[in-house]
Design a protein around this ligand. Structure first.
Ligand code: KG4
Ligand code: ZN
Length: 342
């Protein structure tokens, strides 16, 4: 089954072709980061207009690279939500337009389901069940994943997402957008421990997170005495180490609670080097396997949507049918647990 994946939920246009027998055939991405950088964040209307310009040329590019034609497609998957309404509508409209013209099934997908399943694009792929740590700009969740569509929420953030905390703190330290990678780079020149920041909810006894206090603590530090270049790097290092410590500790607690030994880390913050090194060191000791998507599939991309679409179209679950039939919709807000069919 050959599936075209279309991702337009935020500021990246991602297109990919996934073949259920042969794997990922081709993918292409256009990032709008430079366009939004001037505004210090994503401007939704500009994002939608740029997606409109990019989707079809990128689709042609992946088809050419894979040596396939539109007529070869067996299905089309697009991100239905959550995300920016206007941006989602671009992907939805094009997916349904193409699907109608080609008379192939079209399926709308949950963006986080794409992230969650993205390590299945790599070899070796994790077997089910596994614990997934989803850490993106909009979400921080620990899930137990038993199969496609079988997701149990174990814990989540009560306020800011981990990526959001990185982005907001980066702004406080005078770094540009997107803040996460910039803050991580700055942290390399700093030393944790010179400033002390809290490890929020580290000892809360549950699997929930809270990151907004951390950002406020950084704001207070910066206000108290404007930091010089070295102090900014030291604050960045302490901030990164606080977030990573909490994410790693709660992920291991989730494995212990579920009795599982497989951890999947997905979403943009999964690209963070310190998080990877910390988890690797602890996993070795505890004989746990940690899986990541390839670096390029950590942040938003079309490959994860094409893959999740192929899996869903192949193993239809109750609820998929109605999601495929009624015109097209987008869900700017959409709870991942609603997908779970028990
Ligand atoms: O998954 P993603 O591409 O988009 C969302 O669905 O949100 O994640 C983007 C988030 C941003 O908050 C970005 O700052 C963060 O991931 N991020 C990082 C790193 N790379 C991306 N945060 C920390 N360290 C990184 N290396
Ligand atoms: Zn994402």
């Amino acid at each position: 089954m050959l599936v075209l994946g279309i991702e337009t939920s935020c500021d990246e246009t991602g297109i990919a072709l996934y073949d259920s027998e042969r794997g990922l055939l081709a993918h292409a991405l256009h990032s709008q980061v430079e366009m939004h950088a001037a505004y210090g964040g994503v401007v939704p209307e500009l994002a939608s207009r740029d997606h409109i310009r990019r989707v079809l040329p990128l689709t042609r590019r992946v088809l050419d690279r894979a040596g396939r034609r539109l007529q070869d497609l067996d299905g089309i998957a697009y991100t239905e939500g959550p995300g920016l309404a206007g941006a989602l509508l671009v992907g939805a409209a094009i997916a349904h337009g193409l699907g109608h013209a080609l008379a192939v099934p079209v399926i709308g997908l949950h963006h986080l389901e794409g992230h969650l399943l993205s390590p299945l694009l790599s070899t070796p792929a994790p077997g089910y069940p596994f614990v997934a740590l989803l850490v993106s700009g909009g979400h921080t969740q620990l899930m137990r994943v038993a199969g496609v569509g079988q997701y149990q929420l174990l814990g989540e953030t009560l306020d800011d997402a981990a990526g959001e905390a990185f982005d907001k703190t980066a702004k406080l330290l005078g770094l540009g957008y997107p803040g996460g990678p910039a803050l991580a780079r700055l942290a390399e020149q700093g030393r944790p421990g010179r400033f002390t920041l809290p490890r929020p909810m580290l000892a809360s006894g549950d699997l929930n997170f809270s990151f907004s206090g951390l950002k406020t603590a950084v704001a207070t530090l910066v206000r108290r005495s404007p930091p010089d270049a070295q102090a900014r790097a030291d604050i960045a290092a302490e901030f990164q180490s606080a977030i990573v410590e909490v994410l790693a500790a709660k992920s291991l607690a989730a494995l212990e609670l579920t009795g599982l030994a497989r951890l999947v880390v997905a979403g943009g913050v999964g690209a963070n080097r310190l998080l990877r090194d910390t988890l690797a060191a602890r996993a070795r000791r505890l004989r746990i396997d940690v899986f990541y998507p390839e670096f390029e599939f950590c942040t938003d991309n079309g490959a994860m949507i094409a893959l999740a679409g192929a899996l869903r179209l192949q193993h239809r679950r109750p609820g998929d049918e109605e999601r495929r039939s009624g015109g097209f919709s987008v869900r700017p807000r959409w709870d991942l647990e609603m997908l779970t069919v028990v």
